[in-house]
Design a protein around this ligand. Structure first.
Ligand code: MIG
Length: 728
C-alpha cells in the first residue's frame, strides 16, 4: 500500500503512522516536509511556495516524486529518502518517542542538570558524515559523538564541550559530503535534543518536547546548503561600518567620566576605537530606558560630544522590566497588557532590578510598544542596542513552562524570546531612521537578520581562545555572520599574554569587542604594560586594514548567504585533512589565520590546503604542514595564492571609506567584488551603493566593472599591491 494520499498544487500528502504529512519542493535543491496543519514559523518571514511542477512516479517499486535535482522516495512506512542527481544522500530512520530520566543525585552536588524530558516528536537520519553547525554550541567543529539540547541557557560557569545548551537555539546543521552535503533545518521552538551519532553510531536523532515535525532539507555543496538556508531565514543584517572597528566594554563603566577616560587612553595609546558599551550601571536602578542622571548628566549633549570624537555609544537593555509603580515603562506596559502572565496574573521573577516582569514579546502589540521605547531612547544619540538576559534569564528559579508570553506558553516561546526581543529592537531602529545595530545574547534561527551576537560569558582562559574558533564557525555555518566573543575573556583575570592571544585569534571576528566582568582586573589594552599596548595596537591596525574585505563579505553574505568567517572545509571540501580542523580559520576565500593557542607558544604547526603567502613578509608556503613562528609579536596571517583582496591602507585608524583602496594581489588571474556605500544609514536599502567587480590577469592588468552604480563613488585612487617573492 502506498503512503501517498494525494498530490495537489505541488503539495504531496502522505501517511506516516497515524499522522498525515505534507511534502513540498521549495527549490530544485530543497524540500520541506511537515505534519499537516503546520503554518507559521518564527524563523521565516514569508513561507516559500511549493513548486507546481512536481512529477509523481515510481522508482525501484516505490513511490517517488521528482523535481529539479532531487528525487524523493516515500516508503510504505511514510519515511523518506532522497537522491540528489541520482546519488542516495538522505535516508530517514524510524524514530520512537522516549522519556529521558535525570540523575538528581548528581544535580544535588551542583553538577549540570541532566536531561529529564519527555520527547514527543522527532525523526532519525542515517549518517556517517561529519556534522557541522547548530549555532553556538561548545565543542569541536565536527559534532559527531555528542548530543546537544536547544534550550537557551545562561550558565555562568566556564563553558566546555560537556555543555549541552548555551544561550542560543539554532536548529540547523549540515551533514557534510564531498559530492553532496545535506542541510537540515528543524523548525521547532520547543526544547529539542540533537543526538549526532552518539547513541546510534550510524545515525542522528532529533527530538522535541512539543510542537510538530517541520523539516527543511537542503542539498548540494556545503556552501550552497548553508546559503540556501541562510536566504530562507535571513542572514546577518549589514551592520554600520563603524561596527567593524575596535570596540571596548566593561561591566560597568560607572559614569561619563570613566567612559571619557577610556576614550582618552585609547587615543594616548594610539589604538583606534570605534565604540564603547554601557553595561547595566548606566541605568537608574537597572530600569530599562532610563539613564542615571548622577552618573551621566545631560546624556544627550554628552552623547553628541562623544559622537563628534568618532565614538559610538551602545547601551545594554535587559529583558526584565523593574516592577515599580512610579516607573513609566512598567505602568505603561501594565496598562496595555504587555507583560507575561501566569494564571491570568502578571508574572514576576527577579533579575538585576529586583522584582521584575517580562514583556510578552510573542505579542506583536508588545513588540510594537517596545520598538517605540527603543526609538525614543535612540533619539538621545545612542548608536546601537545591546540586548542581554533574554534567554530569558531569571534569578529566582526558572520561569514555569506554563507562563503566557503573548498567546503562547513559555515552553514554546522560550527559545525565541531573544529572537522576538531582537525583532522589536530592530524595528525601533527603523522607526528612528537608523541602520539597525543590535547585539543579542539569546537567538533562534533567523535572528541574525535582526541582531548580531556574541558567545556570552566566556573566561580569561586559553581554553576559551581554543573553543572560540569552532564555536564561531558553528554560528557562521548556521547563517550567523556578525559574531564575536568577549576579547580577553569575561570572567577571571586576563594576563598580558592572554589578552594578546585573545585579540590575535579574534582578528577576523566581525564583532571585535574587548569586554570583562565586574570584579575582574582592568582589561583595556593599555591596562597592562607597554608591550601589551603595542601588540594590541598592531593587531587592531592590521584589523583596520581588513575592514573593506570584511564589509564586502558581510554585504555578500546578506545578498547571497555566503559565510564570512569559515572553517577550512568550507573552502576546501576535497581536502580530508581539514574535515575537523579546529585551530585555523578563514575570512572569505582569501585569508587564513592560524593563531597561537597556548601560553609560551613560539611555533606551531599550520596546515595549508594550497599555496599561501605570509601577509607581512611575503614568504610563500606550499600545500601541506609547516612549522611557523607564532611568538607574541607575530600574527600568523596568510593570503591564498592567486587571490585579490580589497584592503585599507596600512596604518589607517578610520572605519570609514578612505579615498584610496588597496588591492592585495598574490599573483595569477583573480577577481574580487567590492561594495561601497555611505557606511551607515538606510540609503543602501534603496540602492544607494556601488558594487564593483575587479578582475586582474596574470600580467597584473586590472579591469573594473561597475555592477551597481547608486551613488557618487569616493575613491580617488585604486592601487594593486603585489605580495609574494616569487612574483618579482
Ligand atoms: O548576569 O550586564 O553576558 O556581557 O556584562 C550578568 C552584566 C549579566 C551578562 C552578559 C555580560 C554582561 C553582564 N550580564
Amino acid at each position: 500500500m502506498s503512503a501517498i494520499v494525494q498530490l495537489e498544487n505541488g503539495i504531496t500528502t502522505f501517511r506516516r503512522g497515524e499522522k498525515l504529512f505534507q511534502l513540498e519542493f521549495i527549490s530544485p535543491t530543497a524540500i520541506r516536509f511537515y505534519e499537516t496543519g503546520r503554518k507559521e514559523s518564527y524563523a521565516i518571514a514569508k513561507a516559500p511556495s511549493p513548486s507546481q511542477e512536481v512529477r509523481r512516479g515510481e522508482e525501484e517499486g516505490e513511490n517517488a516524486l521528482f523535481f529539479g535535482d532531487l528525487s524523493v522516495h516515500i516508503h510504505k512506512s511514510g519515511l523518506l529518502s532522497v537522491r540528489y542527481k541520482n546519488i542516495p544522500v538522505f535516508r530517514e530512520k524510524p524514530y520512537q518517542a522516549q522519556n529521558k530520566e535525570s540523575d538528581l543525585s548528581a544535580e544535588k552536588e551542583g553538577h549540570l542538570a541532566k536531561d529529564k524530558e519527555t520527547y514527543t516528536v522527532g525523526f532519525g537520519i542515517e549518517n556517517n558524515r561529519p556534522v557541522y553547525g547548530l549555532g553556538d554550541k561548545a565543542g569541536p567543529l565536527d559534532k559527531r559523538g555528542y548530543d546537544f539540547i536547544n534550550w537557551n541557557s545562561d550558565y555562568p560557569i566556564p563553558h566546555n564541550e560537556a555543555f549541552k545548551s548555551l544561550y542560543k537555539s539554532i536548529p540547523f546543521f549540515s551533514m557534510f559530503g564531498e559530492a553532496c552535503s545535506v542541510g537540515v533545518f528543524v523548525d521547532n521552538t520547543f526544547k529539542t535534543r540533537f543526538d549526532f551519532n552518539k547513541q546510534d553510531k550510524d545515525g542522528i536523532v532529533v527530538e522535541s518536547c512539543g510542537g510538530v515535525l517541520d523539516v527543511y532539507l537542503f542539498f548540494g555543496s556545503l556552501p550552497n546548503v548553508i546559503a540556501e538556508y541562510t536566504r530562507l531565514v535571513g542572514g546577518s543584517a549589514l551592520p554600520p561600518r563603524w561596527a567593524l572597528g575596535a570596540q571596548q566594554s566593561r561591566w560597568s563603566y560607572g559614569d561619563a567620566q570613566e567612559v571619557e577616560e577610556v576614550i582618552a587612553k585609547y587615543k594616548e595609546s594610539d589604538i583606534p576605537l570605534s565604540a564603547v558599551y554601557l553595561d547595566i550601571a548606566y541605568m537608574d536602578e537597572f530600569k530599562d530606558f532610563t539613564v542615571d542622571e548622577k552618573r551621566f548628566p545631560n546624556i544627550s549633549s554628552w552623547l553628541k560630544k562623544v559622537n563628534q570624537e568618532g565614538i559610538h555609544i551602545v547601551p545594554i537593555i535587559d529583558a526584565g522590566v523593574k516592577a515599580e509603580t512610579v516607573y513609566p515603562v512598567y505602568e505603561e506596559g501594565l496598562s496595555i497588557n504587555a507583560f507575561c502572565k501566569d494564571n491570568g496574573e502578571v508574572y514576576h521573577n527577579e533579575v538585576w532590578p529586583g522584582d521584575s516582569v517580562f514583556p510578552a514579546f510573542n505579542s506583536s502589540y508588545t513588540r510594537l510598544w517596545w520598538s517605540e521605547r527603543v526609538a525614543d531612547f535612540l533619539d538621545l544619540g545612542f548608536s546601537g542596542v545591546w540586548n542581554d538576559m533574554n534567554e530569558p534569564a531569571s534569578f529566582n528559579g526558572p520561569i514555569p513552562n506554563s507562563v503566557d508570553m503573548g498567546g503562547k506558553t513559555h515552553a514554546e516561546i522560550h527559545n525565541v524570546y531573544g529572537h522576538l526581543m531582537s525583532e522589536a529592537t530592530y524595528l525601533g531602529f527603523l522607526k528612528a531612521g537608523k541602520r539597525p545595530y543590535v547585539i543579542t545574547r539569546a537567538a533562534y534561527a533567523g535572528s541574525a537578520k535582526f541582531a548580531g551576537t556574541w558567545t556570552g560569558d566566556n573566561y580569561s582562559s586559553y581554553d576559551h581562545i581554543r573553543m572560540m574558533l569552532p564555536q564561531l564557525c558553528g554560528l557562521s555555518l548556521s547563517g550567523y555572520s556578525y559574531v564575536g566573543v568577549d576579547i580577553g575573556g569575561f570572567s577571571g583575570d586576563a594576563t598580558c599574554e592572554l589578552l594578546v592571544r585573545f585579540a590575535q585569534a579574534s582578528l577576523f571576528n566581525p564583532f571585535f569587542r574587548n569586554h570583562s566582568a565586574c570584579d575582574t582586573r582592568s582589561q583595556e589594552p593599555y591596562a597592562f604594560d607597554e608591550e601589551t599596548t603595542r601588540r594590541y595596537r598592531d593587531i587592531v591596525l592590521t584589523r583596520y586594514e581588513l575592514i573593506p574585505y570584511l564589509y564586502d563579505l558581510l554585504f555578500l553574505h546578506q545578498k547571497t548567504g555566503i559565510s564570512v568567517i569559515r572553517p577550512l572545509i568550507y573552502n576546501f571540501p576535497k581536502d580530508p585533512n581539514v574535515v575537523n580542523e579546529n585551530t585555523e580559520i578563514m575570512l572569505g576565500d582569501n585569508l587564513l589565520l592560524a593563531p597561537a593557542l597556548f601560553p609560551g607558544q613560539a611555533k606551531r604547526s599550520v596546515y595549508f590546503p594550497c599555496g599561501f603567502i605570509n601577509y607581512f613578509n611575503g614568504m610563500r608556503y606550499g600545500p601541506g604542514y609547516h612549522l611557523i613562528d607564532c611568538g607574541l609579536d607575530e600574527i600568523p596571517l596568510f593570503v591564498k595564492e592567486g587571490s585579490l583582496t580589497p584592503l585599507a591602507n596600512k596604518g589607517t585608524h578610520d572605519t570609514d571609506f578612505g579615498k584610496e583602496l588597496r588591492l592585495l594581489w598574490t599573483g595569477g588571474k583573480a577577481f574580487a567584488y567590492h561594495y561601497e556605500d555611505e557606511g551607515d544609514g538606510l540609503g543602501y536599502l534603496n540602492g544607494e551603493y556601488n558594487l564593483y567587480l575587479f578582475e586582474i590577469d596574470e600580467e597584473g592588468h586590472l579591469t573594473i566593472t561597475t555592477l551597481n552604480e547608486g551613488m557618487v563613488g569616493k575613491y580617488e585612487k585604486i592601487t594593486v599591491d603585489h605580495l609574494g617573492n616569487d612574483l618579482e
